[in-house]
Design a protein around this ligand. Structure first.
Ligand SMILES: C[S@@+](CC[C@H](N)C(=O)[O-])C[C@H]1O[C@@H](n2cnc3c(N)ncnc32)[C@H](O)[C@@H]1O
Length: 392
Protein backbone atom coordinates (compact mmCIF):
# COMPACT_ATOMS: atom_id res chain seq x y z
CA UNK A 1 0.00 0.00 0.00
CA UNK A 2 1.02 3.68 -0.43
CA UNK A 3 4.47 4.43 -1.75
CA UNK A 4 4.46 7.87 -0.21
CA UNK A 5 7.50 9.83 0.77
CA UNK A 6 9.59 8.22 3.48
CA UNK A 7 10.56 10.22 6.55
CA UNK A 8 12.10 9.74 10.01
CA UNK A 9 9.89 9.05 13.01
CA UNK A 10 10.40 8.45 16.71
CA UNK A 11 8.18 6.30 18.89
CA UNK A 12 8.26 7.05 22.61
CA UNK A 13 7.82 4.31 25.17
CA UNK A 14 8.68 3.31 28.75
CA UNK A 15 12.18 2.31 29.75
CA UNK A 16 12.63 -1.43 29.33
CA UNK A 17 10.20 -1.76 26.39
CA UNK A 18 12.46 -0.36 23.64
CA UNK A 19 13.50 -3.73 22.16
CA UNK A 20 10.02 -5.24 22.01
CA UNK A 21 8.68 -1.97 20.58
CA UNK A 22 11.38 -2.10 17.89
CA UNK A 23 10.30 -5.66 16.98
CA UNK A 24 6.67 -4.59 16.86
CA UNK A 25 7.43 -1.61 14.60
CA UNK A 26 9.23 -3.91 12.15
CA UNK A 27 6.08 -6.03 11.91
CA UNK A 28 4.15 -2.83 11.14
CA UNK A 29 6.39 -2.07 8.16
CA UNK A 30 8.88 0.34 9.77
CA UNK A 31 12.40 0.48 8.32
CA UNK A 32 15.82 1.32 9.78
CA UNK A 33 14.43 0.66 13.24
CA UNK A 34 16.84 1.62 16.05
CA UNK A 35 16.08 1.35 19.79
CA UNK A 36 17.27 4.18 22.07
CA UNK A 37 16.50 4.99 25.72
CA UNK A 38 12.69 5.25 26.07
CA UNK A 39 12.36 5.68 22.29
CA UNK A 40 12.75 3.90 18.97
CA UNK A 41 13.62 5.75 15.76
CA UNK A 42 12.44 4.41 12.43
CA UNK A 43 11.55 5.36 8.88
CA UNK A 44 8.39 5.01 6.90
CA UNK A 45 5.74 6.88 4.96
CA UNK A 46 2.29 8.08 6.06
CA UNK A 47 0.99 4.54 5.79
CA UNK A 48 3.54 3.37 8.38
CA UNK A 49 2.82 6.41 10.56
CA UNK A 50 -0.92 5.71 10.56
CA UNK A 51 -0.29 2.01 11.25
CA UNK A 52 2.14 2.71 14.11
CA UNK A 53 -0.45 4.96 15.75
CA UNK A 54 -3.32 2.56 15.23
CA UNK A 55 -1.66 -0.76 15.92
CA UNK A 56 1.36 -0.31 18.19
CA UNK A 57 0.54 -1.70 21.62
CA UNK A 58 3.90 -0.63 23.03
CA UNK A 59 4.35 2.97 21.84
CA UNK A 60 3.11 5.99 23.81
CA UNK A 61 3.34 8.44 20.91
CA UNK A 62 4.78 8.81 17.43
CA UNK A 63 6.72 11.96 16.60
CA UNK A 64 7.70 13.24 13.16
CA UNK A 65 10.87 15.39 13.44
CA UNK A 66 10.69 18.42 11.12
CA UNK A 67 13.80 20.42 12.02
CA UNK A 68 17.09 19.78 13.81
CA UNK A 69 19.57 22.52 14.61
CA UNK A 70 22.19 23.72 17.12
CA UNK A 71 20.68 25.56 20.08
CA UNK A 72 23.32 26.76 22.50
CA UNK A 73 21.05 29.31 24.15
CA UNK A 74 17.50 30.66 24.11
CA UNK A 75 18.19 33.02 21.19
CA UNK A 76 19.49 30.25 18.93
CA UNK A 77 16.48 28.13 19.92
CA UNK A 78 14.16 31.02 18.96
CA UNK A 79 16.02 31.49 15.66
CA UNK A 80 16.02 27.76 14.81
CA UNK A 81 12.29 27.42 15.60
CA UNK A 82 11.62 30.44 13.35
CA UNK A 83 13.28 28.64 10.41
CA UNK A 84 10.24 26.34 10.16
CA UNK A 85 7.48 27.70 7.91
CA UNK A 86 4.75 27.28 10.51
CA UNK A 87 2.17 29.07 8.38
CA UNK A 88 2.40 26.17 5.92
CA UNK A 89 1.65 23.68 8.71
CA UNK A 90 -1.35 25.33 10.42
CA UNK A 91 -3.35 28.54 10.30
CA UNK A 92 -4.22 31.33 12.72
CA UNK A 93 -7.59 29.79 13.57
CA UNK A 94 -6.04 26.52 14.76
CA UNK A 95 -4.63 25.97 18.25
CA UNK A 96 -1.31 24.45 19.26
CA UNK A 97 0.60 23.28 22.32
CA UNK A 98 4.29 22.69 22.96
CA UNK A 99 5.97 19.98 25.07
CA UNK A 100 9.65 20.41 25.72
CA UNK A 101 12.21 17.96 27.10
CA UNK A 102 15.63 19.37 27.99
CA UNK A 103 18.58 17.09 28.86
CA UNK A 104 22.16 18.09 29.70
CA UNK A 105 21.56 21.69 28.64
CA UNK A 106 22.25 23.99 31.63
CA UNK A 107 21.96 27.06 29.37
CA UNK A 108 18.18 26.51 29.41
CA UNK A 109 16.75 27.34 32.79
CA UNK A 110 14.09 24.67 32.41
CA UNK A 111 11.94 22.94 29.81
CA UNK A 112 9.17 25.48 30.34
CA UNK A 113 11.49 28.25 29.23
CA UNK A 114 12.45 26.32 26.10
CA UNK A 115 8.80 25.78 25.18
CA UNK A 116 8.06 29.49 25.74
CA UNK A 117 10.85 30.50 23.33
CA UNK A 118 9.51 28.17 20.64
CA UNK A 119 6.01 29.49 21.23
CA UNK A 120 7.33 33.06 20.78
CA UNK A 121 9.04 32.09 17.52
CA UNK A 122 5.77 30.64 16.17
CA UNK A 123 3.62 33.56 17.39
CA UNK A 124 6.05 36.18 15.99
CA UNK A 125 6.20 34.46 12.61
CA UNK A 126 2.39 34.51 12.27
CA UNK A 127 2.14 38.07 13.59
CA UNK A 128 4.73 39.31 11.10
CA UNK A 129 2.94 37.62 8.23
CA UNK A 130 -0.74 38.06 9.09
CA UNK A 131 -0.84 40.57 11.97
CA UNK A 132 -2.48 37.86 14.09
CA UNK A 133 -1.34 34.65 15.77
CA UNK A 134 -2.87 31.26 16.57
CA UNK A 135 -3.68 30.51 20.23
CA UNK A 136 -2.08 28.05 22.56
CA UNK A 137 -4.50 25.45 23.96
CA UNK A 138 -3.55 23.13 26.80
CA UNK A 139 -6.49 20.79 26.24
CA UNK A 140 -7.18 19.25 22.85
CA UNK A 141 -4.98 21.53 20.71
CA UNK A 142 -5.20 21.01 16.94
CA UNK A 143 -1.40 20.66 16.74
CA UNK A 144 1.05 19.35 19.28
CA UNK A 145 4.66 20.31 18.86
CA UNK A 146 7.47 18.51 20.62
CA UNK A 147 10.82 20.14 21.40
CA UNK A 148 13.74 17.94 22.40
CA UNK A 149 17.04 19.48 23.47
CA UNK A 150 20.02 17.25 24.17
CA UNK A 151 23.10 19.30 25.00
CA UNK A 152 23.40 21.75 22.10
CA UNK A 153 21.20 19.75 19.72
CA UNK A 154 17.57 20.73 19.32
CA UNK A 155 14.92 18.82 17.39
CA UNK A 156 11.41 20.07 16.77
CA UNK A 157 8.83 17.43 15.88
CA UNK A 158 5.17 17.27 15.06
CA UNK A 159 3.33 14.91 17.39
CA UNK A 160 1.23 12.67 15.14
CA UNK A 161 -0.57 11.05 18.09
CA UNK A 162 -2.20 13.68 20.31
CA UNK A 163 -3.56 12.11 23.44
CA UNK A 164 -1.13 9.37 24.51
CA UNK A 165 -1.59 5.97 22.83
CA UNK A 166 -2.15 4.27 26.19
CA UNK A 167 -5.57 5.90 26.11
CA UNK A 168 -7.15 3.08 24.16
CA UNK A 169 -10.71 4.27 24.66
CA UNK A 170 -12.05 1.29 26.67
CA UNK A 171 -11.44 2.62 30.19
CA UNK A 172 -14.95 3.39 31.38
CA UNK A 173 -14.10 3.43 35.10
CA UNK A 174 -10.77 4.46 36.60
CA UNK A 175 -9.06 2.36 39.34
CA UNK A 176 -7.02 4.06 42.09
CA UNK A 177 -3.80 2.41 40.85
CA UNK A 178 -4.40 1.27 37.28
CA UNK A 179 -1.57 -0.22 35.30
CA UNK A 180 -0.76 1.81 32.20
CA UNK A 181 -2.21 -0.01 29.17
CA UNK A 182 1.14 0.06 27.32
CA UNK A 183 2.90 -1.52 30.30
CA UNK A 184 0.11 -4.11 30.65
CA UNK A 185 0.43 -5.02 26.95
CA UNK A 186 4.20 -5.38 27.45
CA UNK A 187 3.71 -7.70 30.45
CA UNK A 188 1.54 -9.98 28.33
CA UNK A 189 4.23 -10.04 25.59
CA UNK A 190 7.11 -10.64 28.04
CA UNK A 191 5.19 -13.41 29.80
CA UNK A 192 5.16 -15.59 26.68
CA UNK A 193 1.45 -16.42 27.20
CA UNK A 194 0.65 -18.56 24.17
CA UNK A 195 -2.94 -17.25 23.79
CA UNK A 196 -3.99 -20.85 24.01
CA UNK A 197 -4.05 -21.55 27.74
CA UNK A 198 -5.69 -20.20 30.90
CA UNK A 199 -4.69 -16.72 32.01
CA UNK A 200 -5.40 -15.60 35.58
CA UNK A 201 -4.90 -12.23 37.27
CA UNK A 202 -5.64 -12.92 40.96
CA UNK A 203 -5.38 -9.20 41.94
CA UNK A 204 -6.86 -7.78 38.78
CA UNK A 205 -7.99 -4.28 39.85
CA UNK A 206 -9.71 -2.72 36.85
CA UNK A 207 -8.67 -5.63 34.60
CA UNK A 208 -6.07 -3.91 32.39
CA UNK A 209 -3.79 -6.97 32.01
CA UNK A 210 -6.68 -9.25 31.05
CA UNK A 211 -8.15 -6.70 28.63
CA UNK A 212 -4.80 -6.16 26.88
CA UNK A 213 -4.35 -9.95 26.73
CA UNK A 214 -7.85 -10.40 25.30
CA UNK A 215 -7.23 -7.74 22.66
CA UNK A 216 -3.96 -9.44 21.65
CA UNK A 217 -5.69 -12.83 21.50
CA UNK A 218 -8.45 -11.51 19.22
CA UNK A 219 -6.07 -9.30 17.24
CA UNK A 220 -8.11 -6.20 18.14
CA UNK A 221 -5.91 -3.20 17.30
CA UNK A 222 -5.20 -1.02 20.35
CA UNK A 223 -6.65 1.97 18.48
CA UNK A 224 -9.91 0.21 17.65
CA UNK A 225 -11.95 2.21 20.19
CA UNK A 226 -10.06 5.48 19.82
CA UNK A 227 -11.78 8.40 18.20
CA UNK A 228 -8.98 10.73 17.15
CA UNK A 229 -5.28 11.06 16.34
CA UNK A 230 -3.42 14.35 15.85
CA UNK A 231 -2.40 13.44 12.27
CA UNK A 232 -6.08 13.65 11.27
CA UNK A 233 -5.80 17.46 11.59
CA UNK A 234 -2.71 17.66 9.38
CA UNK A 235 -2.94 19.29 5.95
CA UNK A 236 -1.66 16.13 4.21
CA UNK A 237 -4.14 13.83 6.01
CA UNK A 238 -5.21 11.09 3.60
CA UNK A 239 -8.60 9.84 4.73
CA UNK A 240 -8.76 7.02 2.21
CA UNK A 241 -5.30 5.73 3.21
CA UNK A 242 -6.42 5.92 6.86
CA UNK A 243 -9.52 3.89 5.99
CA UNK A 244 -7.31 1.30 4.25
CA UNK A 245 -5.07 1.04 7.30
CA UNK A 246 -8.01 0.38 9.64
CA UNK A 247 -9.52 -2.10 7.17
CA UNK A 248 -6.26 -4.03 6.93
CA UNK A 249 -6.56 -5.24 10.54
CA UNK A 250 -8.94 -8.14 10.80
CA UNK A 251 -9.96 -9.29 14.25
CA UNK A 252 -9.76 -13.04 14.81
CA UNK A 253 -12.76 -15.09 15.75
CA UNK A 254 -11.70 -17.29 18.64
CA UNK A 255 -13.67 -19.84 20.65
CA UNK A 256 -11.31 -20.50 23.50
CA UNK A 257 -11.52 -23.72 25.48
CA UNK A 258 -9.37 -22.06 28.14
CA UNK A 259 -10.28 -19.18 30.49
CA UNK A 260 -9.26 -15.60 31.15
CA UNK A 261 -10.12 -15.04 34.81
CA UNK A 262 -9.74 -12.07 37.12
CA UNK A 263 -10.16 -11.88 40.88
CA UNK A 264 -10.20 -8.88 43.20
CA UNK A 265 -11.10 -8.55 46.85
CA UNK A 266 -12.75 -5.14 46.38
CA UNK A 267 -16.29 -4.79 45.03
CA UNK A 268 -15.36 -1.45 43.43
CA UNK A 269 -12.45 -3.00 41.48
CA UNK A 270 -14.68 -5.82 40.28
CA UNK A 271 -17.23 -3.28 39.05
CA UNK A 272 -14.51 -1.29 37.27
CA UNK A 273 -13.02 -4.38 35.64
CA UNK A 274 -16.42 -5.62 34.44
CA UNK A 275 -17.32 -2.20 33.06
CA UNK A 276 -13.99 -1.86 31.19
CA UNK A 277 -14.25 -5.40 29.84
CA UNK A 278 -17.74 -4.60 28.56
CA UNK A 279 -16.45 -1.37 26.96
CA UNK A 280 -13.77 -3.44 25.18
CA UNK A 281 -16.40 -5.96 24.04
CA UNK A 282 -14.59 -8.81 25.81
CA UNK A 283 -17.28 -9.97 28.24
CA UNK A 284 -17.59 -13.35 26.46
CA UNK A 285 -13.92 -14.05 27.04
CA UNK A 286 -13.05 -12.68 30.48
CA UNK A 287 -14.79 -13.40 33.79
CA UNK A 288 -14.20 -11.45 36.97
CA UNK A 289 -15.16 -12.46 40.47
CA UNK A 290 -14.96 -10.82 43.84
CA UNK A 291 -12.82 -12.91 46.17
CA UNK A 292 -9.67 -13.00 48.19
CA UNK A 293 -7.06 -14.74 46.03
CA UNK A 294 -6.48 -17.02 49.02
CA UNK A 295 -9.94 -18.56 48.38
CA UNK A 296 -9.73 -18.69 44.59
CA UNK A 297 -9.69 -22.08 42.87
CA UNK A 298 -7.81 -21.75 39.55
CA UNK A 299 -9.07 -23.32 36.33
CA UNK A 300 -7.74 -26.82 35.65
CA UNK A 301 -5.14 -27.49 33.04
CA UNK A 302 -2.42 -25.00 34.06
CA UNK A 303 -1.67 -21.78 32.24
CA UNK A 304 -0.34 -18.35 33.14
CA UNK A 305 -0.71 -15.91 36.01
CA UNK A 306 0.17 -12.29 35.32
CA UNK A 307 -0.45 -9.95 38.22
CA UNK A 308 0.26 -6.51 39.61
CA UNK A 309 -0.30 -6.73 43.38
CA UNK A 310 -0.43 -3.62 45.60
CA UNK A 311 3.07 -2.21 46.17
CA UNK A 312 2.06 -0.35 49.33
CA UNK A 313 2.55 2.98 47.48
CA UNK A 314 -0.86 4.09 46.21
CA UNK A 315 -2.85 1.28 47.84
CA UNK A 316 -2.04 0.88 51.50
CA UNK A 317 -1.99 -2.67 52.75
CA UNK A 318 -1.51 -3.36 56.42
CA UNK A 319 1.14 -6.01 56.01
CA UNK A 320 2.43 -6.00 52.46
CA UNK A 321 5.00 -8.73 53.05
CA UNK A 322 2.35 -11.05 54.50
CA UNK A 323 0.22 -10.46 51.41
CA UNK A 324 3.11 -11.52 49.14
CA UNK A 325 4.00 -14.45 51.40
CA UNK A 326 0.40 -15.68 51.30
CA UNK A 327 0.40 -15.23 47.54
CA UNK A 328 3.57 -17.34 47.25
CA UNK A 329 2.02 -20.03 49.48
CA UNK A 330 -1.18 -19.99 47.42
CA UNK A 331 0.77 -20.46 44.20
CA UNK A 332 2.70 -23.40 45.66
CA UNK A 333 -0.46 -24.98 47.00
CA UNK A 334 -2.98 -24.50 44.18
CA UNK A 335 -1.29 -23.35 40.98
CA UNK A 336 0.85 -26.35 40.03
CA UNK A 337 1.21 -26.40 36.24
CA UNK A 338 1.07 -22.59 35.98
CA UNK A 339 3.76 -20.11 35.03
CA UNK A 340 3.42 -16.98 37.18
CA UNK A 341 4.64 -13.44 36.50
CA UNK A 342 4.49 -10.74 39.16
CA UNK A 343 5.32 -7.04 38.75
CA UNK A 344 6.14 -5.00 41.84
CA UNK A 345 8.34 -2.19 43.11
CA UNK A 346 8.41 -3.83 46.55
CA UNK A 347 11.81 -5.51 46.70
CA UNK A 348 11.32 -6.90 50.21
CA UNK A 349 7.71 -7.87 49.47
CA UNK A 350 8.83 -9.83 46.39
CA UNK A 351 11.34 -11.75 48.50
CA UNK A 352 8.46 -12.83 50.74
CA UNK A 353 7.04 -14.90 47.83
CA UNK A 354 9.83 -17.40 48.60
CA UNK A 355 9.83 -19.10 45.23
CA UNK A 356 12.67 -19.50 42.76
CA UNK A 357 12.73 -16.61 40.24
CA UNK A 358 13.49 -18.10 36.82
CA UNK A 359 13.53 -14.82 34.85
CA UNK A 360 13.43 -11.11 35.64
CA UNK A 361 12.85 -7.83 33.76
CA UNK A 362 13.43 -4.35 35.17
CA UNK A 363 10.53 -2.12 34.13
CA UNK A 364 9.09 1.21 35.22
CA UNK A 365 5.55 1.80 36.39
CA UNK A 366 5.53 5.59 36.18
CA UNK A 367 8.50 6.69 38.28
CA UNK A 368 8.61 3.42 40.22
CA UNK A 369 11.35 0.97 39.29
CA UNK A 370 9.76 -2.47 39.29
CA UNK A 371 10.82 -6.06 38.85
CA UNK A 372 8.69 -8.30 36.66
CA UNK A 373 9.55 -11.81 37.90
CA UNK A 374 8.78 -15.26 36.61
CA UNK A 375 8.04 -18.36 38.71
CA UNK A 376 7.54 -21.85 37.30
CA UNK A 377 5.05 -23.79 39.39
CA UNK A 378 5.80 -27.37 38.44
CA UNK A 379 3.62 -30.19 39.64
CA UNK A 380 6.61 -31.13 41.81
CA UNK A 381 6.63 -27.75 43.56
CA UNK A 382 3.56 -28.73 45.52
CA UNK A 383 5.03 -32.08 46.59
CA UNK A 384 8.38 -30.56 47.52
CA UNK A 385 6.73 -27.92 49.64
CA UNK A 386 4.47 -30.44 51.35
CA UNK A 387 7.48 -32.64 52.12
CA UNK A 388 9.38 -29.67 53.48
CA UNK A 389 6.46 -28.81 55.74
CA UNK A 390 6.15 -32.42 56.89
CA UNK A 391 9.85 -32.52 57.72
CA UNK A 392 9.54 -29.44 59.98
C1 LIG B 1 -2.21 -2.46 41.95
S1 LIG B 1 -3.85 -2.95 41.95
C2 LIG B 1 -4.07 -3.76 40.43
C3 LIG B 1 -4.34 -2.77 39.34
C4 LIG B 1 -4.66 -3.43 38.03
N1 LIG B 1 -3.50 -4.06 37.42
C5 LIG B 1 -5.30 -2.42 37.09
O1 LIG B 1 -4.75 -2.17 36.01
O2 LIG B 1 -6.31 -1.83 37.45
C6 LIG B 1 -3.88 -4.30 43.10
C7 LIG B 1 -5.25 -4.88 43.36
O3 LIG B 1 -5.10 -5.99 44.25
C8 LIG B 1 -6.31 -6.10 44.96
N2 LIG B 1 -6.07 -6.96 46.16
C9 LIG B 1 -5.40 -6.65 47.30
N3 LIG B 1 -5.42 -7.71 48.13
C10 LIG B 1 -6.11 -8.71 47.53
C11 LIG B 1 -6.46 -10.04 47.90
N4 LIG B 1 -6.12 -10.55 49.07
N5 LIG B 1 -7.16 -10.79 47.01
C12 LIG B 1 -7.53 -10.27 45.80
N6 LIG B 1 -7.24 -9.00 45.41
C13 LIG B 1 -6.53 -8.23 46.25
C14 LIG B 1 -6.65 -4.66 45.30
O4 LIG B 1 -8.03 -4.54 45.61
C15 LIG B 1 -6.24 -3.94 44.00
O5 LIG B 1 -7.35 -3.73 43.14
Amino acid sequence: MSNGQTFQMLAKTFEGLEDILAEELVTLGAQNVVPHKRAVTFEGDNHVMYKANYASRLALRILKPIHSFKASDEDSLYKGAGEIEWWKIFNIHQTFSIDAVVNNAPMFRNSMFASLRVKDAIADQFRNKYGERPSVAKDNPDFRISVHIQGHDATISMDSTGESLHRRGYRALEHIAPLNEVLAAALVKFSGWDMNSNLVDPMCGSGTILIEAGMQMLNIPPGYFRKHYAFQSWKDFDNSLWGDVRESFRTKSVRPSFKLRGVDIKARSVEQARENIRAAGLQRFITIEQADFRDFIPPDGGGYIITNPPYGERISVEDIEKLYKDFGDKMKKDFAGYTAWVISSGTEALKAIELHVSKKHTLFNGALECKFQKYELYEGTKKTVTKELEAK
